[in-house]
Write a protein that binds this ligand. Structure first.
Ligand SMILES: [Zn+2]
Length: 73
């Protein structure tokens, strides 16, 4: 006999889409649709791009440029 095994936590288990606050779909969780997931992704990109841009320490991470140079040799 286990208590709480068949009983969901109710509000605790319920998750709403952080974009439009609609019930999330298992397919697109934690969002309700691909559209909302895309929106959130865009948000992240916009924010993460700003941080390294100000730091200027992301210039050392360009292996692609080196590869192109080696191929020419
Ligand atoms: Zn949504």
């Amino acid at each position: 006999m286990s208590a709480g095994a068949d009983e969901p936590a109710g509000n605790l288990e319920r998750r709403d889409c952080p974009i439009c606050r609609r019930p999330t779909q298992t397919r697109y969780r934690p969002f309700c649709s691909k559209r909302c997931a895309d929106i959130d992704l865009g948000r992240w990109f916009g924010e993460t791009y700003r941080i390294p841009a100000e730091s200027g320490a992301d210039e050392t991470d360009t292996p692609d440029a080196n590869q192109d140079d080696e191929e020419r040799r």
